[in-house]
Design a protein around this ligand. Structure first.
Ligand code: SF4
Length: 331
């Protein structure tokens, strides 16, 4: 293993200053993804800045009914938190659907959002991969790609993002809070945190060098609304999503849609907000037919590959099931 320096930060300022945006520096929290990638030689940092013990490990009410979640809150704690379960059930369900109990006890919210793709070519140094080694090619495009993207992919990368909670946060209109070297602070909508691969699949997110995820803001406007998350995977016990769907639905007194947000996982390089389907459903009664038409419109943009042509139909059924749960009827 390549030698590296290690710093345990006591404050956010200490962490961002130690990192400084240098190419060889990495933030370390739970380590459940980064350390594996270091063992494989995919990640070779010269400095680890440990942010796992920063005072970012609590869930606070914002005063208006929203929640601010520290980036260092562990997955198990967040899934079980009574305010999260009561106000944002999709977030809790998505966490429980991800990883194993042991991993959830260690992995943090910030690390969950920033975990790397599970494309099997990415950690395999013997294979081409534009995400790991820009310009080397994409082994998956003509290789093993049953689990890969059907929306928003590029000639350079067809990987999906593996985080389940990112999908729920996108549907809940959450914001991700970032602090950078020099004290810069900004927030990014959770739905826009991850990028599509385009010409630069090596960049998973819009985060700038040295920026640290410090927390996630779950908005008051969504608190207490009906929300749900479902995931389809090869093994019920522990597997990444073939497809997942998170939704928030609010109906008016006539049973028509006042607010709907739907996000898919397992279909793209980012949580896929189904904006076309949402627009089609707004102001309509969420009948099985209306939902199916809206989802068909959304998924018409899908460009499946040789071995993942099952995904658009799977996502259509999954989206319909989640919205039917929330509307109180069966699809
Ligand atoms: Fe690499 Fe992306 Fe191709 Fe997978 S899909 S081999 S991550 S470039």
């Amino acid at each position: 293993m390549k030698p590296f320096a290690y710093v345990r930060a006591r404050t956010v300022e200490e962490a961002t200053s130690a990192h400084g945006g240098r190419a060889g520096a990495r933030y370390l929290a739970g380590g459940t993804n980064l350390v594996d990638l270091m063992k494989l030689g995919v990640e070779q940092p010269d400095l680890l800045v440990d942010v796992g013990r920063l005072p970012l490990d609590d869930v606070q009410e914002t005063g208006d009914g929203g929640l601010r979640i520290g980036a260092a809150v562990r997955g198990s704690d967040l899934a079980a938190h009574p305010l999260v379960r009561a106000r944002f059930p999709a977030v809790s369900r998505s966490l429980l659907a991800g990883a194993s109990g042991q991993l959830r006890n260690t992995a943090t919210l910030g690390g969950n959002l920033l975990q790397r793709t599970r494309c099997p070519y990415f950690p395999d140094l013997s294979k081409p991969c534009n995400k790991r080694s820009p310009g080397s090619g994409c082994g998956a495009r003509d290789g093993v790609h049953r689990d890969h993207a059907v929306l928003g992919h590029s000639a350079h990368c067809i990987a999906t993002h593996p985080s389940d909670v990112a999908v729920a946060l996108a549907a809940c209109d959450a914001d991700v809070e970032l602090r950078g070297p020099g004290g810069t602070a900004r927030s990014v909508p959770a739905a826009d945190l991850h990028r599509l691969p385009g010409d630069h699949p090596e960049r998973d997110t819009v985060i700038e060098p040295g920026e640290l995820v410090t927390g996630v803001l779950l908005p008051a406007a969504v608190a207490g609304r009906a929300s749900a998350f479902r995931k389809v995977r090869d093994r019920a016990s522990y597997a990444f999503a073939l497809a997942s769907a998170a939704a928030v639905l609010d109906l008016d007194e006539h049973g028509t849609v006042r607010h709907v947000a739907l996000a898919f996982g397992g279909l793209a390089h980012q949580p896929w907000r189904a904006r076309r389907a949402e627009a089609a459903l707004l102001g309509a009664a969420p009948t099985a037919d209306a939902v199916d038409r809206a989802l068909a419109e959304e998924l018409a943009a899908a460009e499946p590959l040789r071995d993942n042509a099952y995904k658009p139909a799977l996502a259509r059924r999954l989206g319909a099931a989640v919205l039917a749960d929330l509307a109180g009827h069966r699809p």
